[in-house]
Design a protein around this ligand. Structure first.
Ligand code: AHG
Ligand code: MN
Ligand code: MN
Length: 334
């Protein structure tokens, strides 16, 4: 008989790593895992809408068919509301924080920042999408949580993860003690430990950046791209360019194979495009926990002091040696 470990079993086992934990974080992670399965089911059906005659029609609850990012947002928020371990959610889909003020949740310890569906423009063409989440402990005690409770540095994350809805569906997460990956076995409906203790190769041969924006990049970034394209046997250049346009999918590939993901500041996006609280920080935490590096070009992403829920940040993240190399190019332009 083959033995396997489910996400639920793994989370409970790992609770022993935190001697004073009462199980709330474990329950929160379990709730996110359950919502991910519900979203996975719907993502898998994307494209069937029209032939089933659903598009634009009214469903049994009297609602029109929803865009998948709205659907995903509702599923995660519902799971967090029902679970009772989270007092406030900051989501890409809501301009303001969503406070959960039910009796069971208002004194809950945890805060969740989430990109419910990442890479959503890829949905219509059957390309991988994802979910990204980040968990903080609330600082204030008693009464409703505040916006300051949410705006914590990435360094203070207690857990972070992503789900990639790809050729198979995987959940990858960290609680600050390494990174583990679970693959959804659809036949039993469980995430099973498939990638224990993921380490990102120290160096890699893949660079991922939207080169269509080349003319808008700074000198340092342009020179780094030319470096990646240059020929050199010893450093195995030219490197391979791979860019899906779904952060989760691009990061997942580079995490496993070694590589760098870059979304720099451009003329049209002077602070970069990706959002600090629910894209850059959780991915940076995972990359660092796997032995890689995540920088905004000037400093460690996890050390950025956030000032707004939806603030953006440039990002250079991936294999340690590759990120250090691009930093050399960026330092020269200053
Ligand atoms: P989202 O679908 O959550 O808005 O995120 C899209 C993001 C990210 O997934 C991806 O890395 C990036 O946008 C791609 O941007 P470009 O199309 O500008 O390259
Ligand atoms: Mn996104
Ligand atoms: Mn999104």
């Amino acid at each position: 008989m083959t033995t396997f470990k489910t996400l639920g079993q793994f989370i409970i086992e790992k609770q022993a790593d935190f001697p004073f934990a009462k199980g709330e974080l474990s329950r929160l992670l379990r709730d996110i895992g359950i919502a991910a399965k519900v979203v996975n089911r719907e993502v898998n059906k994307a494209g069937l809408g029209d032939i089933l005659g659903d598009a634009g029609q009214i469903n049994v609850q009297g609602e029109g068919q929803k865009k998948l990012d709205v659907y995903a947002d509702q599923q995660f928020i519902k799971a967090l509301q029902n679970g009772g371990e989270c007092c406030v959610v900051a989501s890409e889909e809501h301009e303001l924080p969503v406070f959960i003020d039910s009796e069971i949740s208002k004194n809950a310890k945890y805060i969740v920042c989430i990109d419910p569906l990442d890479g959503s423009s890829n949905i219509d063409v059957n390309v991988s999408v994802g979910t990204i989440f980040s968990i903080y402990r609330r600082d204030s005690v008693g009464g409703p949580a505040t916006i300051e409770d949410i705006l914590q540095k990435g360094l203070k994350q207690v857990a972070a993860g992503y789900v990639v809805y790809g050729s198979s569906t995987m959940l990858v997460y960290t609680t600050g003690k390494g990174v583990n990956g679970f693959t959804l076995d659809p036949s039993i409906g469980e995430f099973c430990l498939s990638h224990p203790d993921i380490r990102i190769p120290k160096d890699g041969c893949i660079y991922s950046i939207n080169e269509g924006n080349y003319l808008k990049f700074s000198d340092g970034v342009k020179k780094y791209i030319k470096y990646c394209e240059g020929e050199d046997k010893q450093t195995k250049r030219p490197y391979t360019s791979r860019y899906i346009g779904s952060l989760v999918a691009d990061i997942h590939r580079n995490l496993l194979l070694g590589g760098i993901f870059i979304y720099p500041a451009t003329l049209s996006h002077p602070n970069g495009k990706l959002r600090l609280m629910y894209e850059c920080n959780p991915i940076a935490f995972i990359i660092e926990q796997a032995g890689g590096k995540a920088s905004d070009g000037k400093q460690r992403i996890l050390e950025i002091e956030p000032t707004a829920l939806h603030q953006r940040s440039a990002c250079f993240m991936g294999s340690l040696d590759m990120v250090e190399k691009v930093e050399e190019f960026l330092a020269k332009e200053l």
